[in-house]
Design a protein around this ligand. Structure first.
Ligand code: HEM
Length: 501
């Protein structure tokens, strides 16, 4: 017994030594950025980073300047905070910075999906073909029908909808967008009422997974939560299984294209189920939360709400529903909403916080816009966090924490695309979708979905906050770096359908 204890002790020391030694030995080389390993061996700054990434990086930038390397859980990340120097990293003309390898590690862990050669390219081809251009118009029609079904019920407008309904705004937006987006992309069976019930159940499971997600990625779940995540994953695989999908009509061209590719590559059906789960996550995790922020900002800024309503009336006319009707909508209106477009850009500036990560394949010289050069080390990662370095930069966006609905509008009503830092025109002035090889391939569809929803809400509904003085909730700090942020708490509101008198 005693002997075993000693052997285990020795093994533990060897393991800890093996993990910590490279970190303890690592020294900053000439020309490398400032290195901050933190005080805890191997973990480095992981605890502070995971607790509040935004505050942590703000502190590091204040201490080290625009480029620094930090140790996080045995890995080294070089953060670049000067957006004028993003170009070479995003374009990566030297082919030294890799997105795919890093992304593959993540999807293996989170979705259990084993990527095949060419997946990344295939997802982007499927999205260019089916989530943009002419195909997007067809998908918008499906999305409008789905929103009608969910917001009015399968029989269209009924008297009940014209009474006030109270709800949490976040819950309402997330639930509605999730169900409509899911049904539009994954398709319907012949029993629509059953589909709506199934989408509701799926949303509840999705929310549970969503709440555990940040701590899951950082491996911080308790054993009980770990088991729960496993159960949820299995449930998603089953519900989204390719076998179930065979019963469905109208699965989107986007998913059909991607699943066909996987079949042709000989990917096993069980792995295709996992792929579907991954696509559910990518397509539904951000649209609901973004819609929430957009509607909340409109409700908190009457001048913005008025401008959006005025524009909606111009492009759609006065909308009122008659009994059993669905939303009637000129989808071409989506192309003529500069004010709403600016509201969307501003909402995403304030609420979307992606991290762009690239694995450094061989030693790399980073040339900064001011002429300075840094050596980035093979095996490390280079990271951009545009929420802090771009979205909240007062030089680029004066009063950056304020919602200004016309920030992205020129005085003549056209889209404003000229922004400056240190007097120089800046290309990356808003980066909610990431950039370069990893840019969100669903961004055009995402914008259409959210705009449709907002236009329906401001045109067909009366809506108001239960307490007009309620402050805009702060962001949940666990979610920095994971796409659209979520509020620390929900906000109560009420809504009712405007009907023919
Ligand atoms: C407001 C809504 C959305 C936001 C803010 C958003 C943001 C992002 C960001 C920042 C990335 C890149 C992540 C990275 O660099 O690692 C990404 C990737 C992705 N997004 Fe979106 N997204 C949204 C909606 C959608 C929708 C509606 C779809 C599909 C219908 C979609 C599909 C994807 C896919 C498939 C990827 C992975 C692409 C790849 O592997 O290169 N997204 N999204």
């Amino acid at each position: 017994m005693v002997l075993w204890g000693q052997v285990l002790g020795v093994l533990l020391v060897i393991l800890v030594g093996y993990l910590c030694l490279p970190g303890l030995l690592r020294r900053r080389k000439p020309q490398e950025p400032p290195l901050d390993k933190g005080s805890v061996p191997w973990l480095g700054h992981a605890i502070a980073f995971r607790k509040n990434m935004f505050e942590f990086l703000k502190g590091m930038r204040a201490k080290h300047g625009d480029v620094f390397t930090v140790q996080l859980g045995g890995q080294y990340f070089t953060f670049v905070m000067d957006p004028l120097s993003f170009g070479p990293i995003i374009k990566d003309t030297q082919r030294t910075l890799d997105f795919v390898q890093y992304a593959q590690e993540l999807v293996r862990k989170v979705f259990g999906y084993q990527p095949t050669e060419g997946d990344h390219q295939m997802i982007h081809s499927a999205s260019s073909k089916h989530l943009m251009g002419d195909s997007l118009e067809d998908l918008n029609k499906v999305m409008l029908n789905s929103l009608s079904l969910i917001m009015l019920g399968p029989k269209g407008w009924s008297l009940d909808a014209s009474f006030w309904h109270e709800d949490g705004l976040f819950q309402f937006c997330y639930n509605t967008l999730f169900k409509a987006g899911y049904l539009s992309l994954f398709g319907y069976t012949k029993n629509v009422a059953q589909d709506l019930l199934q989408a509701e159940e799926l949303f509840m499971k999705f929310r549970r997974f969503d709440l555990l997600f940040p701590r899951f990625v950082y491996s911080l779940l308790s054993p009980r939560e770990w088991l729960e995540v496993g159960q949820l994953q299995r449930l998603f695989h089953k519900t989204l299984s390719v076998e179930h999908n065979l019963e469905k009509d109208g699965m989107s061209g986007w998913l059909c294209y991607m699943l066909q590719f996987l079949r042709e590559q000989g990917v096993a059906p069980a792995m295709q189920d996992k792929f579907n789960f991954m696509m559910l996550w990518a397509s539904q995790g951000n649209t609901g939360p973004t819609s929430f922020w957009a509607l909340l900002f409109l409700l908190k800024h009457p001048e913005a709400m008025q401008a959006v309503r005025k524009e909606a009336t111009e492009v759609l006319g006065e909308a009122r529903l008659e009994a059993t009707q669905f939303f009637t909508f000129k989808l071409s209106a989506l192309q003529h909403t500069p004010v709403l477009n600016s509201v969307m850009e501003e909402t995403l500036r304030l609420a979307a916080s992606p991290t762009l990560l690239r694995a450094i394949q061989k030693d790399y010289i980073l040339k900064m816009a001011n002429g300075q050069e840094y050596l980035l080390r093979h095996g490390d990662k280079v990271a951009l966090f545009p929420y802090l370095s771009v979205h909240m930069d007062p030089d680029i966006h004066p009063k950056p924490t304020t919602f200004k609905y016309d920030r992205f509008l020129n005085p003549d009503g056209s889209r404003k695309m000229h922004f400056y830092k240190e007097g120089k025109k800046i290309h990356h002035y808003n980066m909610p979708w990431g950039s370069g090889v990893s840019i969100c391939p669903g961004r055009f569809f995402a914008l259409s979905e959210i705009k449709l929803f907002i236009l329906i809400m401001v045109t067909y509904f009366d809506l108001e906050l239960m307490d007009p003085d309620t402050p805009v909730p702060s962001m949940d700090p666990q979610r920095w770096g994971f796409g659209t942020l979520q509020p620390r708490h929900d906000v109560r509101f009420r809504y009712r359908l405007k009907c023919m008198e």
